[in-house]
Write a protein that binds this ligand. Structure first.
Ligand SMILES: Cc1cc2nc3c(=O)[nH]c(=O)nc-3n(C[C@H](O)[C@H](O)[C@H](O)COP(=O)(O)OP(=O)(O)OC[C@H]3O[C@@H](n4cnc5c(N)ncnc54)[C@H](O)[C@@H]3O)c2cc1C
Ligand code: SF4
Ligand code: SF4
Ligand code: SF4
Length: 1002
């Protein structure tokens, strides 16, 4: 593992492209090639391009292979990665340097190559694109444009190093690399079908005749003007000047970020004060535009640079980082509008800054082009996202003049302030990573099922696929294999699976819960009519389940399905627990709960309702050998008030469940708490007749409330008044007095602690409902002789949930404290598995699609509002194909190798700069660039790394230097036997040497 990239020679590049294409039909991992309409072009810089769209100066234009991947995906405008006088390792860029989970941050401010190396990369890329466009008929060989990006101050730009770069890029014909390109192409001539000597001789050596100036924050306006003048006058270059979002002023930027929920982003006003001011920018740009007009050069602005923010929460190992992606859009588009107004729409804008499939059409129709992107390409789908955007732009009419549509720009600015697309969710999302570590081989996995995802490991990809095919019965069979409560969970499951869903990086997570309900609603009757009753097992031990909530019903279902006799004792009149006694009916109907109960009854579980279960001894006397306690956690945490009393939330909800229209609580109901129970209380209170105000009081802010995002949003939608940062003190004379709190330092969990301010407010309150949590009734268990810990939690064997009393188990909320329905099912499954074998792994194989092409064809395609695609169809089938690390690597350093017909991921050391992006999107708690078996291209790199991997010393004898499980050894794959290296790894190395030798070259 080393962050130094070693560029690939032109000969090896050609070898790689041609061989990879022949072997797998891909080029640098890109599966779908974009074929441009050669008759449709747009002019810029006296050149033409088929689509005014491509990668921005950034990670996707650093190496030749990146540019090639972007081209075959559909890019036709390339803003090359910025070069400047400080280059290579002198840039001192600390790694990782990209963090792109949502809005992105980076600290890679210019190319990490030396300037001459960068020049060679761009030249090779240019040359290869000329060959590929022709060979694969992807478009007009003169249908794309390379645009230089140079920084950062006049002194640096005037150095011989940068001057030579700018000079040579305009005409590479006299440079050695050009000769090498031609020579390599001649060597490979026989492999081409459409390229001949004549074509080679016609390839234009004029790589770039345009430049985008990037200046450092704080660069004085006269210096910017001098540099631009130098480009236009001395270098005769078409010139764009990159503008910063700081042109908007600090107040605008801060207010906008706060309004859109990015209030946690830390930045002060120093860049805003030191950077170019809008009032200076306009006359300067006008002077430059006039100069360019006189000299017949194109002139415009690039909007915008990334936005400098402080490293607030260890996002990257840097002092300052640069924000991009969806949070940048509202700022960049506002800069575009402000400048366009000042120029009556006559100033050309080259745009990046949060451009993506969701706004690219609007941008282009507002007269903005060319458009470049970087952040969207860092997400799963990667370069393959380009094709969709190129299709959109190329379907629109191309203008032949510059005129920004000011009204449309205004609309875009307004949209950016209002659309959910640009807003951070109220609650900061939890990590999408599962707890498991990345395996060396066979890593594809559906994270929705992993640890931290679905606690009962449901076969989600399998049932989503069945639903997408309209096979609801098959889907429901898959669901009930592991989940005895399809209706309850289909309606109100806390759906932790959705927090891990890979689709969140496309648009948003799949509504997995909703698809489950769809299957249940469509196929329940058929399932009940066709299911076979299990046979009763002779002499099987009897089990008593105490409590008929989600945990109890599940235990009854699972044991009965195995043919074991089981009785569920429920003291309430109906089974269902919290779901039938407390959760309001507007969230889950009794009918839904009953359907799940009926399924357990169908299996043979007996339900005894209406009285508490007999004591342990009586149960034993009645022949019950196993007893499972599933009594929930109903002991109320009391709210301490100096004066007055609050009522108990669970009693409040259960009373309303019985009679939701009977108001004995008055007009002004105040609910204390920020969890799901508090939300239910507030929503139920809101529906009571005669209620005027319902307030929710919490000592932190909304972002720090424990309730789920969905519950928060629904409660907000129902006009409950959120009174954040208040701590209740006393209730007197119809008023609740609260102390005003402020958020202070973060605790170990990262949440900011509420701190007193000494200020108080009064809230009108006819009733105060306390929803500050429940706990397990430990005294109940202690009386039974079941041990609990000092915090009142039952002591159990974690593998079986058996207590200190033999064959006595505790499950669900009674075991965990207030938890979730699906965790109650998980507990029931665990305890039942200790009583007998539970056969619930019948559909593992169905999670994999035998057709690999189907999930692969979905990668990189985002769904917009116009796409009529169902939730089930959106599933990417990650257990069949993951490859996120391949998609998101800008440098193509993770590759798929087909070993014995199974796709495996191999990491290529020389192409990786340790940007860290693959770690962000790999579903495991690991970094592919550190963990995956790594190919090294020389011995030095091998020893500079600690990755497990190999260096091929001799291809003919298949002699490799291998590091496997910390042991380094030289292995001759053909002859050495009895190595301690896993067969799968030996096979991988052999396959690389036999079939993927193009990866081995220098
Ligand atoms: C207001 C509220 C809203 C919630 N919303 C959600 C949600 O949207 N999604 C989600 O996943 N989770 C939600 N939860 C949590 C979820 O309801 C619980 O995690 C789940 O119900 C736990 O199931 P359980 O079977 O362990 O306990 P319970 O549902 O509490 O069931 C225990 C049952 O045992 C019975 N019982 C107790 N003692 C005895 C006895 N001695 N003899 C016989 N019967 C007895 C009780 O009457 C009760 O029916 C919510 C909880 C509350 C309070
Ligand atoms: S896309 Fe499908 S398989 Fe992948 S995590 Fe989401 S639901 Fe699971
Ligand atoms: S392999 Fe990972 S860390 Fe390396 S360059 Fe690619 S994305 Fe970055
Ligand atoms: S991101 Fe790559 S390494 Fe991680 S699971 Fe997916 S394919 Fe495997």
């Amino acid at each position: 593992m080393s962050d130094v990239m070693r560029p690939i020679s032109i000969e090896s590049l050609l070898d790689w492209v041609m061989k990879e294409y022949r072997k797998t039909g891909t080029i640098f991992g890109i599966r779908q090639f974009y074929k441009a309409d050669k008759s449709k072009k747009i002019s810029l810089f006296n050149e033409k391009m088929e689509v005014p769209f491509g990668p921005a100066a950034g990670p996707q234009t650093q190496l030749a292979q990146n540019i090639v991947a972007a081209y075959v995906s559909g890019a036709r405008f390339f803003e090359l990665k910025t070069v400047q006088v400080i280059d290579g390792e002198d840039t001192g860029i600390a790694k990782p340097c990209i963090s792109a989970r949502d809005e992105a941050y980076n600290s890679e401010w210019s190319t990490e190559l030396r300037v001459p190396q960068a020049f060679e990369e761009y030249t090779k890329a240019w040359f290869v694109l000329k060959l590929l466009s022709r060979e694969f008929d992807l478009g007009d060989p003169d249908g794309f444009i390379f645009n230089m990006s140079v920084g950062y101050d006049l002194e640096g730009i005037l150095t011989p190093k940068i001057q030579k770069y700018i000079h040579d890029m305009q005409d590479v014909s006299k440079t050695p690399i050009w000769g090498e390109c031609l020579q390599a192409a001649r060597k490979y001539m026989e492999q081409f079908t459409r390229i001949d000597e004549e074509y080679l001789n016609e390839i234009s050596p004029y790589v770039s005749r345009s430049i985008t100036l990037s200046t450092l924050h704080g660069c004085p306006p006269d210096e910017i003007e001098k540099i631009a003048t130098h480009f236009i006058k001395e270098q005769q270059l078409h010139t764009f000047i990159k503008c910063n979002p700081t042109l908007l002023g600090y107040d605008y930027a801060r207010e906008m970020m706060n309004k859109l929920g990015f209030d946690y982003m830390e930045f002060d006003d120093h860049h805003f004060v030191e950077d170019l001011q809008f009032e200076e920018a306009v006359p300067m740009l006008k002077r430059l535009q006039n100069l360019a007009d006189r000299l017949q050069r194109n002139f415009g602005v690039k909007i915008t640079n990334t936005f400098p923010v402080d490293v607030g929460q260890n996002e990257l190992p840097a002092e300052e980082m640069f924000m991009s992606g969806r949070a940048l859009f509202p700022l960049s588009i506002a800069v575009a509008k402000k400048l366009s107004d000042a120029f009556s729409g006559k100033l050309q804008i080259s745009y990046s800054g949060g451009a993506d499939i969701f706004n690219i059409k609007d941008l282009f129709e507002a007269g903005i082009w060319p458009i470049t992107v970087a952040t969207t390409l860092l997400k799963p789908g990667g370069y393959q996202r380009i094709q969709q955007m190129s299709n959109v732009i190329s379907s629109l009419e191309y203008p032949n003049y510059i005129q920004l549509e000011l009204d449309k720009l205004t609309e875009l600015v307004e949209k950016s302030k209002a659309q959910a697309l640009y807003q951070k969710p109220i609650k900061l999302p939890i990590s999408p990573k599962i707890k498991e570590k990345l395996p060396l081989l066979d890593c594809y996995t559906a994270p929705c099922r992993g640890t931290g995802g679905c606690p009962i490991d449901q076969d989600i990809p399998a049932y989503l696929r069945y639903v997408s095919e309209g096979k609801h019965l098959e889907a429901l069979k898959v669901i009930v294999d592991k989940n005895p409560l399809p209706f309850i969970t289909g309606t109100i499951c806390a759906h932790p699976c959705q927090t891990k869903c890979t689709r969140q990086f496309y648009e948003n997570s799949i509504d997995i819960r909703g698809v489950k309900l769809e299957a249940a609603e469509n196929a329940y009757d058929e399932l009940m009519a066709t299911m076979e009753k299990p046979e009763r097992k002779e002499n099987a031990p009897k089990t008593a389940v105490v409590g008929g909530g989600p945990a109890g019903i599940s235990a009854g279902y699972l044991l009965a399905r195995e043919g074991y006799p089981v009785t569920v004792f429920e003291k309430g009149n109906d089974a269902g627990g919290v779901c039938s006694q407390i959760v309001p009916e507007f969230r889950i109907s009794m009918e839904s709960v009953q359907k799940d109960v009926d399924m357990a009854k169908f299996m043979g579980a007996e339900f005894k309702t209406g009285e508490a279960a007999p004591a342990i001894d009586s149960l034993k006397d009645a022949g019950y050998e196993n007893i499972i306690y599933a009594i929930g956690a109903h002991k109320h945490n009391n709210l301490r008030l100096d004066k007055g009393e609050a009522i108990n939330s669970l009693e409040f909800l259960s009373d309303l469940r019985v009679d939701p229209r009977h108001n004995v609580y008055g007009e002004d109901i105040v609910v204390i708490g920020g969890g799901n129970t508090a939300m239910d209380c507030a929503r139920a209170a809101k529906r009571l007749p005669g209620v005027k105000n319902v307030s929710l009081v919490y000592r932190r802010d909304k972002r720090n409330m424990p309730a789920d995002e969905e519950e928060l949003l629904t409660t907000l939608d129902e006009d409950v008044t959120f009174r954040e940062l208040l701590s209740p003190v006393s209730l007197e004379n119809g008023y609740l007095t609260c102390e005003v709190m402020k958020l202070g330092k973060r605790d170990e969990s990262g949440r900011q602690r509420p701190e007193s301010t000494g200020q108080f407010v009064d809230i009108k309150a006819s009733t105060v409902v306390s929803a500050i949590g429940e706990k397990v009734d430990d005294s109940y268990f202690n009386e039974l002789g079941i041990q609990t810990d000092p915090r009142g939690r039952v002591l159990v064997d974690p593998d079986t949930l058996e207590t200190n009393l033999e064959h006595v188990y505790v499950v669900g909320d009674a075991h965990r404290g207030p938890a979730t329905i699906v965790e109650a099912i998980a507990d029931a499954t665990k305890a039942c598995s200790s009583i007998c074998e539970i056969h619930n792994k019948n559909y593992e194989r169905a999670n994999k699609n035998i057709d690999l092409q189907e999930p692969r064809s979905k990668r990189g395609i985002l769904l917009t509002d116009e796409d009529p695609v169902s939730q089930a169809e959106r599933c990417l089938e990650c257990s069949t194909i993951c490859e996120s690390c391949v998609d998101v690597c800008p440098n193509r350093a993770n590759v798929v190798i087909n070993v014995n017909d199974r796709p495996q991921i191999m990491h290529i050391d020389r192409m990786c700069n340790e940007c860290g992006n693959c770690e962000t999107f790999c579903p495991y708690s690991s970094a592919p660039y550190k963990v995956k078996f790594t190919l090294f291209n020389n011995e030095e790199d091998f020893y500079n790394s600690t990755n497990q991997g190999f260096y091929v010393i001799d291809q003919a004898t298949k002699t490799c230097l291998v590091r496997y499980k910390d042991k380094e050894q030289t292995v001759e794959l053909n002859t050495t036997s009895n190595t301690d290296i896993a067969d799968g790894i030996i096979d991988l190395m052999e396959t690389v040497i036999d079939d993927y030798d193009f990866c081995l070259a220098n």
